[in-house]
Design a protein around this ligand. Structure first.
Ligand code: DCP
Ligand code: MG
Length: 404
């Protein structure tokens, strides 16, 4: 069946939310991410800042060099998440399925709700209007016959854009003379391979499909199909239980060589992971550890376990993995769970129906938190509800690093 798909993407999302809430920022180069002098990167920036060459994922040092007059702010994820929920409430009014790509971006299947392309255009413009009227934010929207085309369309006239690509022919017409990078699945590395083989444009892909497949295998096949406008992927609603993993990580402002401090921070990360898992009633049957060393070398380690019932289980397994790694200065530490399921390891026992004492894991967790509280002179109990917030987690970890 032919599909009609809308792709919505908010404009300079984090920056737009901050500007909306503080009009004195309007028209200024605003950079959300780290502050100058800190370690870290740009999450996003206003379009005014983009004129200076600043962009997402850029090192903050480089951003500051390009735009010293910019206003720099930390992100407030809680706020963006709340706005994202409001966006979904609008989007879900018009689609039978919505697939979340990021906090600010989704594919909406409007095949049945719109029926015709005209209908889809009305929906798209209504979404734009409501987003502006109700939330004070602007977005770019694409309407098309496929996911790729819809995403391409929403980028076409960014910011505050609207564009439609009704069919394969229109997509091919639009793209044929563009650089291969215009196919948004082509990243820098893939592009290099294609250029090296003399394939520079979408037309080159179309005319050398066998070669592209030979060069890139499965991805090459997808690109050769895309060069003909073919993309039959469906909109798949996001369900937390389909998520492959849950993880949290943290970059220290200065490299850390003290293993005990790293492990203490791992407990906080485990708490954050557990909290997410609990919200969806998920249990992890595998634990992962991620480390970035001071020289930017990355490692990940993972291990299957029976099932993690609480943060202490995650923490313990992660520490075992950690103890098997090299001892070098650490820049980033991450803890996660994977192999998620709705069933824990433990069956309900008679104890669960009696007024039984806390499980030993819970007791252990409490005593660990007590230990951390004493060691760093921090009241973890008072702030446990907050520790899950990105800002608080980072502040707490930094406090621990400095008071170690
Ligand atoms: N983001 C991030 N790190 C990145 C990319 C994005 O933290 N490397 C965050 C900040 C963005 C949000 O995700 O505001 C949405 O990402 P987009 O790529 O959609 O970027 P923007 O919405 O900021 O800008 P655009 O107008 O280009 O969509
Ligand atoms: Mg965006």
């Amino acid at each position: 069946m032919n599909q009609i798909i809308i792709h919505v993407d908010m404009d300079a999302f984090y920056a737009s939310v901050e500007t909306r809430d503080n009009p004195s920022l309007r028209g200024k180069p605003l950079i959300i991410g780290s502050l100058p002098g800190e370690r870290g990167v740009v999450a996003t920036c206003s379009y005014e800042a983009r004129k200076f060459g600043v962009h997402s994922a850029m090192n903050i040092k480089e951003a500051y060099r390009l735009c010293p007059q910019g206003i720099y702010m930390h992100p407030n994820f809680e706020k963006y998440k709340a706005v994202s929920n409001q966006l979904h409430n609008i989007w879900d009014d018009y689609s039978t399925a919505s697939e979340t790509i990021a906090l600010d971006e989704a594919y909406l299947d409007v095949t049945k709700t719109a029926r015709t392309f005209d209908g889809a255009r009305k929906i798209a413009l209504t979404i734009k209007k409501r987003t502006l009227d109700e939330l004070g934010l602007s977005c770019s929207v694409g309407v098309a016959y496929s996911k790729t085309a819809a995403k391409t369309a929403s980028e076409e006239n960014k910011p505050n854009g609207y564009f439609e690509i009704e069919n394969k022919e229109a997509f091919v017409n639009l793209m044929i003379d563009r650089d291969v990078r215009a196919l948004y699945t082509v990243g820098a590395k893939t592009a290099e391979k294609l250029y090296a083989a003399g394939i520079n444009t979408v037309r080159d892909i179309q005319q050398n499909r066998e070669k592209v497949i030979g060069l890139l295998g499965k991805q090459g096949y997808r690109l050769s199909q895309l060069s003909l406008g073919i993309d039959n992927r469906r909109v798949v609603p996001y369900l937390p239980q389909n998520a492959k993993s849950i993880s949290r990580e943290l970059t220290f402002q200065e490299d850390v060589s003290d293993d005990e401090l790293v492990k203490d921070v791992m407990l906080l990360l485990a708490l954050c992971v557990q909290r997410r898992a609990e919200r969806y009633e998920l249990y992890g049957k595998g634990v992962t550890l991620k480390i970035t060393y001071s020289d930017m070398k990355n490692i990940t380690r993972s291990k299957l376990v029976l099932a993690c019932e609480n943060a202490m289980d995650i923490y313990r397994e992660a520490v075992k993995l950690f103890d098997q790694t090299q001892k070098r200065p650490i820049r980033l530490i991450g803890v996660g769970i994977y192999n998620l399921s709705h069933e824990g390891a433990r069956q309900l026992s008679l104890d669960d129906f009696l007024d039984s004492p806390q499980s030993s894991s819970e007791e252990e967790l409490n005593s660990e938190l007590n230990r951390l509280g004493n060691k760093y002179h921090l009241d973890f109990y008072g702030h446990l509800d907050d520790i899950y917030k990105h800002e608080t987690l980072h502040k707490t970890a930094e406090y621990m690093r400095k008071h170690n």
